[in-house]
Design a protein around this ligand. Structure first.
Ligand code: G6P
Length: 372
């Protein structure tokens, strides 16, 4: 009903707006006064975490994209090899795991059958299973050795938004915790990332206030045949998520690519006016990555693309090359998806509204898929 939507036109819009709170709730009580991560409810000892020599992340849909982002964070902070796999592929591939493997199963609903079957396979192989879920007492957490709950609250819209951001927050906590208990060499970095993580909800809030221009853009592009998304590093999974949102809501052909792969094929899709959304990494620090995506923007522009760049505030270089620019607040590279994903959600939601689609209940989709 209208009251349940809290004055918004759809649950999805309401849930997008709830993201600062949802992320803050997910972090609350889990960051100690001295910058230590407190995961008391995760029934895994520090020694258990130290014994891990490999991490697998299994998930589906948007949760899989949260997993892809997490790989960059875990490998960088902990130096533990981390693989991410679609849950539906995992057990059929005969993956290599044993008791020193940690499998992280990410599932908003906690009921996705593909993810559950992957989890059971991991347990059969004696791996330790930690689940990240938004649904207390659901099957996946119940069957896991340990669980870290996201605190997004009930998510009604089929297309996941606030659950995704809280999954990222929870996964960052796990990565930082792993780094801390293993006493890795980036201790200072871990402490500063943690401070930045805690500051993110406020940044999401300020970002949400500037979404009118994203909505304008979305309406301008609503007659397009397709939209391409490109990104590098953690911007790559955000590109995949941006494309998934458009498929889910606007029933539009949308693809996400690693920007470096363009030249190996996808660039042939580009002709006059093809919209390309580029997720641009911060120009501070890892400027090599930034230079590379600026070149990619130039490459697609040269073939006629219309580029919408999602850039960090102050990034005038990328902004001058793009046709349209959406600025996001400054953040460390690894945490940027908590911000860059937001305009992707708003873009898809507004574009689908312009097409007259049902935002909360897209055709053919279910909130939780309990068949394999
Ligand atoms: C369904 C939903 C997606 C979701 C996926 C995984 O396909 O439509 O939005 O990302 O399931 O759901 P889970 O509950 O396991 O995170």
């Amino acid at each position: 009903t209208a009251a349940e939507k809290g004055g918004f036109d759809s649950f999805m819009l309401k849930e997008i707006a709830e993201q600062p709170q949802a992320v803050a709730d997910t972090l609350r009580g889990r960051v100690g006064e001295n910058g230590e991560i407190v995961l008391d409810e995760v029934r895994m000892s520090d020694q258990d975490f130290r014994d891990i020599d490999k991490v697998f992340i299994v998930a589906c849909g948007t949760s899989y994209h949260a997993g892809l982002v997490t790989k960059y964070a875990i490998e960088h902070w902990t130096r533990i090899p981390c693989e991410v796999e679609l849950a539906s592929e995992f057990r059929y591939r005969d993956p290599v795991l044993d008791r020193s493997t940690m499998v992280i199963a990410i599932s908003q609903s906690g009921e996705t059958m593909d993810t559950l079957m992957a989890l059971r396979h991991a347990k059969d192989q004696k791996a330790r299973v930690l689940s990240i879920s938004n649904t207390v007492g659901s099957t996946i957490p119940r069957e896991s050795h340990a669980v870290l709950y996201t605190r997004a609250g009930l998510e009604v819209a089929v297309a996941s938004t606030k659950a995704f951001l809280t999954q990222l927050a929870a996964c960052y906590l796990v990565g930082l915790h792993l780094a801390q208990v293993r006493g890795i060499k980036y201790a200072d970095e871990v402490a500063s990332v943690l401070r930045e993580l805690v500051a993110t909800p406020e940044k999401i809030d300020s970002l949400l206030e500037k979404m009118e221009e994203v909505r304008d853009l979305a309406r301008q592009f609503s007659a397009c045949q397709r939209v391409l998304f490109i990104g590098r590093h953690v911007g790559y999974p955000v590109a995949l998520e941006g494309a998934l949102k458009l498929k889910e809501l606007a029933y539009m052909h949308a693809e996400g690519f690693a920007a470096g792969e363009l030249k190996h094929g996808p660039i042939s899709l580009i002709d006059d006016g093809t919209p390309v959304v580029a997720i641009v990494p911060s120009p501070r620090g890892r400027s090599l990555l930034h230079d590379k995506i600026v070149s990619n923007i130039q490459e697609v522009k040269a073939r006629g693309a219309t580029v919408i760049a999602i850039c960090e505030e102050g990034d005038h270089i990328a902004a001058t090359h793009a046709d349209h620019v959406i600025f996001t607040p400054q953040s460390p590279t690894l945490l940027a998806p908590l911000l860059t994903a937001v305009p992707m959600q708003v873009f898809a939601c507004e574009l689908a509204s312009a097409l007259g689609h049902d935002i909360d209940q897209p055709r053919n989709l279910a909130k939780s898929v309990t068949v394999e």
